[in-house]
Write a protein that binds this ligand. Structure first.
Ligand code: ZN
Length: 261
């Protein structure tokens, strides 16, 4: 209203110009307002991290996927740890839905910058009884970093996880499995052990769910640690593979758990 009044009283050199200028001014403000509102609305609907990595999660979980053949852990053959890296991200809630239906526990190795963006997902993971551990701030090759940078990657991530409401991590899984004496020493100084995995599903490469399941069942052994991902675009395939992985492990007598030991 104020803008319109100002336009009307601004004066005009020739008759007819004020009305034209008023319309142009209103049009201009309209376009500006639209330009400001559209990105805001889009930002409100999508979490910050999902714009950077996976634009939006497809709904992958179906009712048929939530009917376990073995709802309890047999444990005759030993433990197999289920682990998920690079989250929390847009597919994490669907991973939680499957694990909940199967009463299976897992460990989530999280990136600090994603934890800072979605602390609500950290709390959801913890609330379901899973473990949250450290997977660096932004996924660098840790062994290439200076000691101060290594310390920042580790300390900032553990601090973000604790600030989100999870227990302070006691394990660090280096991105790419890339570690060295300096990384190990910095992790130890922060109260963390450096761990890797024993079964690499390569799920992040976009493999078919049946292939991911076959890899896990083919390499399952007492104390095995299965590496999967909840924080990549290909995590949709991981979700589809998960029911077959858990049922298959239990059919072979294994417990599924957060940690192998
Ligand atoms: Zn990773």
């Amino acid at each position: 209203m104020i803008r319109r009044d100002r336009t009307r009283t601004a004066g005009a050199p020739r008759p007819g110009r004020p009305a034209l200028r008023r319309h142009l001014t209103e049009l201009g403000f309209g376009v500006l307002a639209l330009a400001a509102i559209v990105p805001l609305a889009r930002g409100a609907l999508l979490p910050a991290e999902s714009r950077a990595q996976t634009p939006r999660a497809r709904t992958v979980v179906t009712d048929a996927m939530l009917r376990p053949a073995y709802p309890a852990n047999p444990c005759r053959a030993g433990r197999v740890a289920l682990t998920f890296d690079d989250g929390p991200d847009v597919y994490t809630p669907q991973i939680l839905t499957v694990l909940r239906a199967y009463k299976a526990r897992a460990t989530f190795y999280m990136m600090g910058k994603k934890v800072a963006a979605r602390p609500d997902l950290v709390r959801a993971v913890i609330a379901d009884g899973h473990a949250v551990e450290n997977h660096s701030w932004d996924h660098p090759h840790m062994a290439d970093l200076e000691p101060a940078a290594i310390r920042r990657q580790l300390a900032d991530t553990s601090a973000a996880i604790a600030a989100a409401g999870a227990p302070r991590p006691t394990l660090f899984r280096p991105p790419f499995g890339n570690t060295g004496p300096a990384v190990n020493a910095e992790a130890r100084a922060l109260g963390m052990r450096v761990v890797r995995w024993s079964v690499d599903t390569n799920d992040w490469r976009g493999r078919a769910p049946a292939d991911i399941t076959a890899t896990v069942l083919g390499k399952a052994a007492p104390g095995a640690v299965v590496l999967m991902h909840d924080g990549v675009a290909a995590s949709a395939s991981t979700i589809r593979a998960l029911p077959g992985i858990i049922d298959g492990l239990r059919a072979r007598g294994f417990c599924t758990s957060s940690y192998a030991e």
